[in-house]
Design a protein around this ligand. Structure first.
Ligand code: BGC
Length: 418
């Protein structure tokens, strides 16, 4: 026999079930710069996971690789007292936002999921402000990659280079065969991305650390830095004249379409090859930037969460932080994005060769001392110093100033930015 309470209790449960998403769910407005084909496909994974939990994703995508434009928008939103719920912010800038006192403490989420055990120390430290988690890491990108179209190399009878001398031999043949040797983008960060890989290769890991992490003016103005600029000057001989203003992903397309032979770019470029349906090993290959096989320039994407009043938004924000670190997101997102998970102990089975190579070199360089933060991608120095470095490299690329003048300018400009 049914109890007389059955009907009211059932109705009550039904009502609670129906309204619960409204009570416990909320909206996250997410500011990010993942707008290329591969990037958009990757970030959609997070949106789907959040929406499955009843939350709403308000997309605040600001186009512009490297995130310069997104950071400008973020600052103006924050200054006007209207920050988004979450924003893609990396490296030392997390500390600067921490200093502003506007971030949410994520320790409860981190403690519940044991982030301290799941993250490499080098990553966890960057996510904390005064010992408390204020950011959640998404991935680990490797910067010093060269993406190449094997067909173009074959047609030009050129060999895939492992040194800068081999690069020049190959580039000459590729140019003579009617192809563009190097696909180049117009943004300052793109130039800095290539330059920092040259600094790692030509100068070595200790020199990279002294110059692009410690910003030591003596090393910045040294003869070794002159050599690095000489190498950059040589590479610039092999780009095309339409490079100014070109986006990084359009440069990747030139390699995909067989118009250019190679691109020096972080492994988010792999996301573009994948999104275009290309197969690794036949349609494209990847090698370390010449002379950098012993080093790993890392770039960790992350989100900071702003202190918001709305209870629903708070819930959604914490759910986003939790989901980002869960294995499902770490796997699907990183397979699409070209990066590797920042969460330790993940299975390598779903990942392809460039990612496996990245896993291996991340571990090997962590113990050799050649695991180094990317300057170009905001992991190494504060924005003012990075800006000074970008200015000198951009000016070098856009003019014919000598390498020794560039090294001198570099030392002087970084010193005055300190
Ligand atoms: C970010 C990547 C992004 C790339 C190009 C880098 O700074 O870390 O996630 O794909 O810029 O937009």
């Amino acid at each position: 026999m049914k109890s007389k309470f059955f009907k009211p209790v059932a109705i009550l449960l039904f009502v609670v079930f129906m309204v619960s998403p409204c009570v416990f769910a909320g909206e996250v407005e997410v500011l990010h710069w993942w707008t290329s084909g591969g990037e958009a496909k990757s970030v959609a994974v997070l949106k789907d996971l959040l929406e499955k939990e009843g939350h709403t994703w308000k997309d605040m995508a600001v186009a512009g690789g490297g995130g310069g434009a997104a950071m400008t928008v973020l600052k103006s939103r924050a200054v006007s007292g209207n920050p988004p719920t979450a924003a893609q912010v990396k490296g030392p800038q997390i500390q600067q936002w921490g200093d502003e006192g506007v971030l949410t403490n994520l320790d409860d989420v981190a403690k519940a999921a044991k982030w301290d055990k799941l993250l490499p120390g080098v990553v966890a430290d960057v996510m904390k402000y005064k010992g408390h988690y204020v950011a959640v890491p998404v991935n680990v990108h490797k910067i010093n990659w060269m993406w190449a179209n094997p067909e173009v190399f074959k047609k030009a009878e050129a060999k895939i280079p492992t040194t800068w001398a081999e690069f020049e031999t190959a580039a000459k043949k590729i140019k003579a065969a009617g192809y563009i040797p190097v696909a180049w983008g117009g943004q300052n960060w793109h130039k800095a991305t290539v330059w920092e890989s040259i600094v790692l290769g030509v100068g070595g890991a200790a020199f990279y650390k002294k110059t692009l992490v410690d910003a030591d003016p003596k090393a910045l103005g040294s003869a070794t830095m002159v050599k690095c600029f000489n190498t950059l000057r040589m590479v610039l001989k092999y780009i095309d004249k339409n490079a100014p203003g070109r986006d990084w992903n359009l440069a990747t397309s030139m390699v995909i379409q067989g118009k250019a032979a190679m691109q020096f770019m972080g492994d988010w470029a792999k996301g573009e090859f994948k999104a275009a349906g290309k197969t690794f090993g036949t349609d494209y290959i990847a090698m370390p930037v010449p002379e950098t096989s012993n080093g790993y320039l890392f770039n960790v994407d992350s989100f900071i969460m702003f202190d918001v009043k709305d209870r629903g938004a708070k819930k959604a924000q914490k759910a986003m932080a939790r989901l980002i670190m869960e294995p499902k997101f770490q796997e699907v997102f990183n397979v699409n994005k070209g990066s590797i998970p920042c969460r330790l102990g993940m299975s390598r089975a779903p990942f392809d060769f460039p990612a496996i190579y990245s896993f291996d070199t991340f571990e090997a360089t962590a113990s050799s001392g050649a695991l180094l933060p990317s300057m170009a991608h905001e992991m190494a120095v504060f924005p003012a110093i990075r800006g000074a470095m970008f200015d000198v490299v951009t000016n070098f690329c856009n003019s014919s100033i000598s390498s020794s003048k560039a090294a001198k300018n570099l030392a002087a400009e970084v010193k005055s930015a300190m």
